[in-house]
Design a protein around this ligand. Structure first.
Ligand code: 5GP
Ligand code: ZN
Length: 112
């Protein structure tokens, strides 16, 4: 399958890794929208939030257990935002589930 984040997960495309274990990977966004902008992905291909099921939701739970560890390591004690764009109206551009961690400055309250 021709999926950018599957290739990053497999190490075929380099990334600036900040966390990795057998199931998930976190790396810096190539076009950061905040001083800290990290993407967290399952290594297994899941297309988006829309494809989360009882069978794969353990990976999502695992990602959300690791996010606070990453936030601590990145010194985001003043707060951060976790975002996942799902589908066309949200502007999802990479169709492999990922959670953005954004922080390091006061973020806009605008959600849409
Ligand atoms: P989306 O728009 O799907 O929510 O987020 C995709 C994100 O992936 C964007 O923020 C974009 O900057 C990032 N991105 C796209 N290609 C690459 C890449 O090759 N490497 C890294 N590290 N990030 C990428
Ligand atoms: Zn993929």
């Amino acid at each position: 399958m021709d999926c950018l984040f599957c290739k990053i997960a497999a190490g075929e495309i380099p990334s600036q890794k900040v966390y990795e274990d057998e199931e998930i990977l976190a790396f810096r966004d190539i076009a950061p929208m905040a001083p800290v902008h990290i993407l967290v992905i399952p290594k297994a291909h899941i297309g988006s939030v829309d494809e989360i099921t009882p069978e794969n939701s353990n990976l999502v739970a695992h990602i959300f257990q690791v996010i606070p560890q990453i936030a601590r390591a990145e010194k985001l004690e003043k707060g951060y935002r976790v975002v996942s764009n799902c589908g066309e109206h949200a502007g999802q551009s990479v169709h492999h589930l990922h959670f953005h961690i954004l922080g390091g400055r006061q973020l806009s309250l605008e959600m849409a």
